[in-house]
Design a protein around this ligand. Sequence first.
Ligand SMILES: Nc1ncnc2c1ncn2[C@@H]1O[C@H](COP(=O)(O)OP(=O)(O)OP(=O)(O)O)[C@@H](O)[C@H]1O
Length: 255
Amino acid sequence: MDHTTAPALQTRNLTVRFGGHVAVDSVSYDFRPGCLVAIVGPNGAGKTTYFNLISGQLRASSGTVIHQGDDITRLSVPERTRRGIGRAFQLTNLFPRLSVLENVRLAIQARHPGAMDIFRLADADKFAIDTAMSYIERCGLAGRRNEPAANLSHGDQRKLEVALLLALESSIVMFDEPTAGMSADEAPIILELIQSIKSDASKAIILVEHKMDVIRSLADEIMVLHNGQLVAAGVPAEVMRSDVVRDAYLGTMGH
Ligand SMILES: Nc1ncnc2c1ncn2[C@@H]1O[C@H](COP(=O)(O)OP(=O)(O)OP(=O)(O)O)[C@@H](O)[C@H]1O
């Protein structure tokens, strides 16, 4: 891992309180391009809450979220999405009655409105369709390109959501338990897709995950949360060996 690269996203003393309960407690971390960080920890540790603070679903009580040097702590989810922070599996991203191809094409047009103006109409359409098809093929959905999104299986909808994130050219790609609820034959396809996004050195990936095999195969770094605090972080093998993690976490793991 190249630690000289400027962070794509940072949190600084990020904190959220629900009444008297501090669910995320002053968490600071640097997420770098080309690096997949898995957020782990026991149930109730604050993983999803921290994730929601980054994507914008939740607002921080204090502390900051910084994206490419800009303070985005007060920005809405759509504003963060426009800046390239893409959270997979929201389903709100999908237009259920539109086909796979139309969904991805709309994401491309949203990303390149200027390009659409300068091309003649037919060329603009060709650009959008060709680009959409390249993402659709990459996500293994070519055979379903004309299918309305609503008709897709759970696994195929997830693939479509990944295609949308790629089409939006998200630089921060966030997955909350990406294989949860997936069949045994669907899960490896999503994991391969995440692996292929990882090979793009410009993207930082953030993952909340319970499954140890997924963490082992994908994570470059893990951050361990416990009672809302960051108790350990770094290369998985080293972090898993540390006493603080064993005490706080490993005893409760195993699924
Ligand atoms: N909206 C909320 N209002 C009040 N308390 C909340 C809210 N959201 C989360 N919490 C509390 O914050 C703490 C952290 O919850 P969070 O869901 O982030 O944990 P987690 O690490 O994602 O757990 P799990 O692995 O079970 O999903 C928990 O004690 C939870 O009850």
